[in-house]
Design a protein around this ligand. Structure first.
Ligand SMILES: Nc1ncnc2c1ncn2[C@@H]1O[C@H](COP(=O)(O)OP(=O)(O)OP(=O)(O)O)[C@@H](O)[C@H]1O
Ligand SMILES: [Mg+2]
Length: 202
């Protein structure tokens, strides 16, 4: 497995600070972390992949799950096949471990998978909650990549089942109305927002 893009120097310091905050959060038993943003393309996948890789390289068993069926990206970042992933787990009677690709060192990866049907109804299910609960038994951290809040309800559905979240904002966005509304919507379903990453700054 190769990593195509992680470790862009301009975000590394910012991510290190985020990781420090996460280490404080885990003191409170917070392990599953959802990454979202207001609109598409603000850098959720970039942040999720870098964060997961850094946590794993730091010695933590980390599982990265691509829950973005609209524009899946984790398999591209890590040069993986996307034929068996989270949508396959949610639509077939297989254990979630069958969909995990072992990345280097302590990083487990679940790509978005091959199915594209009624994804948000599959998210609001006992099977999805079970996956997140079981993964917490096996991993130190679960990083969850999602579509933008303005694009799909998926992130807000999943936010109810995770411990905490990181809200990514692209620096210099001219209209912050959607950003403010999306962050408020996120806080309503999960008030434990770990932090905001201002991405692509500088
Ligand atoms: N901090 C950064 N520095 C350099 N390039 C970045 C940074 N963050 C994101 N990018 C690039 O910007 C593009 C969009 O990022 P990314 O795919 O992570 O966004 P996204 O929020 O996941 O998009 P989507 O909503 O479509 O899933 C990608 O080409 C990515 O490599
Ligand atoms: Mg993405």
């Amino acid at each position: 497995m190769t990593r195509k893009k992680p470790y862009h120097s301009e975000v590394i310091d910012h991510l290190r600070r985020v990781i420090s905050n996460i280490q404080v959060a885990i003191g409170n038993g917070q392990k599953s972390i959802l990454i979202t943003s207001a609109v598409a393309g603000e850098g959720k996948t970039f942040v999720a992949c870098n964060l997961a890789a850094m946590l794993a390289d730091g010695g933590k068993d980390t599982l990265l799950i691509d829950f973005n069926q609209h524009n899946p990206g984790v398999h591209t970042y890590f040069d993986l096949s996307n034929t068996n992933g989270i949508s396959d787990y949610l639509t077939r009677d297989i254990p979630y471990s069958n969909t995990v690709t072992q990345g280097r060192y302590r990083l487990g990866l679940i790509t978005s998978g091959s199915w594209r049907v009624n994804f948000n109804t599959l998210l609001d299910s006992a099977r999805c909650r079970e996956l997140l609960a079981d993964a917490k038994e096996e991993y130190d951290y679960i990083i969850i990549d999602t579509p933008a809040i303005a694009e799909a309800a998926d992130g807000l559905i999943l936010a109810r089942y995770v411990d905490t979240s990181i809200f990514v904002v692209q620096a210099g966005r001219p209209d912050l109305k959607e950003t403010i509304q999306s962050k408020e919507a996120l806080a309503r379903v999960n008030p434990h927002i770990l932090g905001v990453i201002v991405n692509k700054a500088g």
